[in-house]
Design a protein around this ligand. Structure first.
Ligand code: 5GP
Ligand code: ZN
Length: 113
């Protein structure tokens, strides 16, 4: 298994895990782009959002989005935050295991780069 996020989920690579459910984990990004920068990933390997079947999409995306909003509240991000799912090469995805970025603690701008 050479997937970094599968190995983090399995406890084979260290990460600062902030929260965990039966199906997802939230851990701190190695190169944070904001004072709070977490990655929320399904425990089971999925290459990207584009790899989800129609049947699995609502469940898996719902699971990671719900964990992200729970963690955002727990971390006190009431001023706001951003959730991002980079998908595919043009989407800026660099790790091929579906992940949601939860960023907070500073002002974000639009449009994104
Ligand atoms: P992407 O560019 O695919 O949307 O985001 C991948 C993210 O994973 C990047 O923000 C990068 O800093 C983070 N990352 C890459 N390798 C590791 C790692 O080994 N541990 C952690 N915690 N984050 C990682
Ligand atoms: Zn994986």
């Amino acid at each position: 298994m050479d997937c970094i996020f599968c190995r983090i989920a399995a406890g084979e690579i260290p990460a600062t895990i902030v929260a965990r459910t039966d199906h997802a984990i939230a851990f701190r990004d190695l190169h944070p782009q904001a004072p709070t920068h977490l990655l929320v990933v399904p425990t089971e390997h999925v290459g990207s959002a584009a790899h989800l079947s129609r049947g699995a999409a609502a469940r898996v995306l719902g699971e990671i989005a719900a964990l992200a909003t729970t963690v955002a509240a727990e971390l006190g991000l009431e001023a706001g935050y951003r959730m991002v799912i980079n998908t595919g090469p043009e989407g800026g995805q660099t790790v091929d295991h579906l992940h949601l970025h939860l960023l907070g603690g500073r002002q974000f701008h639009w449009p994104p780069g």
